[in-house]
Design a protein around this ligand. Structure first.
Ligand code: GAR
Length: 369
């Protein structure tokens, strides 16, 4: 059969919406990557379609799937995904979109109902998407996920036992950061010079415009963004879950917090116990938490430094893996002291990671705590 399938345009869908409205009917909108369709997707889509009279699925383009899920995805190109999706009985139209979020599409289509799968709440939806939905007067419906069915699980099953799969050789790192990204740069440089036998599988930031992300992009690494929510030190439950899903998808061995300024909690803390390291600008256990260089100056310390340690539920309290000292000099400000500390961090962090590897701890799940 010839390939004569084409996804709908935004204008097509807007017309469909307007026609339905004239008839007193409702258009349902949902969005996602739908890379490897499984029964969980089909059941979710059937439930979503039942919320109205027709349904449009907004499908992330290949480029936006890469942004969201990392370089190994999608498995199926957007045209194929759209064609398969449009063959489902619950689906009336498919549009492909290029952004990480569906905000612009929601504004253009103004659907009557928005369906979202998973353990989101209306509060934990992405802020811009939620604002666009509210201004379009769209009803938001959160539908439960079908337990036991997920694309990640399917992919992991397919890759189990594949000795050429990522993770079997180099230590697969996820580097998380919020700031300038100098520690990420040091990790990349150590990998390039072969002093750290590892690969950065993903980078992830809670700051869309950070230097950290820029460094990741320049190095050609996946620069994922997770909206952490309003509190700059905490992560919303949805963000905690999103981060966990990114780590799982990328089959990460070790999570590196390189200036990540929000507190990681469940499910990541338990799932990666003994495999999350943090770099902190003080000689722990002194000066836990924020503003450590300033606190060292305020306390009249003669020396300070940095610590690489395991991350547990207790903030800056996990087992210390390495430390390096620097002098606190007369006339130091928090900035000058922090800059001196960072020089040491850039050596210590790659060194500790490589030692870890050399002690044979690169096998997934086998890193001692
Ligand atoms: C680093 O100095 C790191 O120790 C600190 O943030 C800085 C990030 O710098 N982390 C913390 O304070 C965590 N409590 P960078 O973005 O240039 O790598």
């Amino acid at each position: 059969m010839p390939d004569d399938y084409n996804p709908a345009t935004v204008a097509d869908v807007r017309r469909l919406r307007d026609t339905l409205e004239q008839q007193g009917k409702k258009l349902v909108f949902t969005n996602g990557c739908f890379d490897l369709l499984h029964a969980g997707h089909v059941r979710y889509l059937e439930q979503a379609r039942a919320l109205g009279d027709a349904m449009v699925v907004a499908l992330n383009s290949d480029q936006s799937v890469r942004q969201l899920k990392g370089p190994d995805r999608p498995l199926n190109p957007e045209h194929d995904r759209a064609e398969v999706m449009s063959a489902l009985r619950a689906v009336d139209a498919v549009v492909v979109f290029d952004d990480e979020r569906a905000t612009a599409l929601i504004e253009a289509i103004r659907p009557h109902v928005y369906a979202k799968g998973g353990d989101y709440t209306v509060e934990s939806l992405n802020r811009e998407e939620r604002a666009a939905l509210e201004s379009a007067g769209t009803q938001i419906c959160i539908l439960p996920l079908v337990p036991g069915r997920s694309t990640t699980k399917t992919i992991n099953k397919m890759q189990a036992g594949d000795s050429s799969a990522p993770g079997s050789g180099l230590l697969r790192l996820a580097v998380l950061g919020s700031g300038a990204g100098s520690n990420l740069r040091a990790i990349i440089a150590a990998i390039q010079s072969n002093t750290l036998r590892a690969e950065v599988a993903i980078t992830l930031s809670d700051q869309a415009d950070s230097g950290f992300r820029e460094i990741a992009r320049t190095a050609g690494l996946p620069a994922l963004f997770v909206d952490g929510g309003d509190n700059p030190r905490r992560l919303s439950d949805a963000a905690q879950k999103e981060i966990f899903e990114h780590l799982e998808r990328a089959r990460i061995d070790v999570v590196v917090l390189a200036g990540f300024m929000r507190i990681l909690k469940e499910p990541v803390i338990s799932a990666y116990a003994g495999r999350i390291v943090n770099v902190h600008p003080s000689l722990l256990p002194k000066f836990k938490g924020a503003n450590a260089p300033q606190l060292a100056i305020d306390e009249g310390e003669l020396e300070s430094g940095c610590t690489v340690h395991l991350v547990t539920a207790e903030i800056d309290g996990g087992r210390i893996l390495g430390q390096a000292k620097v002098p606190v000099k007369l006339g130091d400000t928090a900035e000058t002291l922090h800059a001196r500390i960072k020089v040491e961090e850039h050596k210590l962090l790659p060194h500790v990671l490589n030692e870890w590897r050399e002690r044979g701890l690169s096998v997934r799940g086998a890193v001692a705590s």
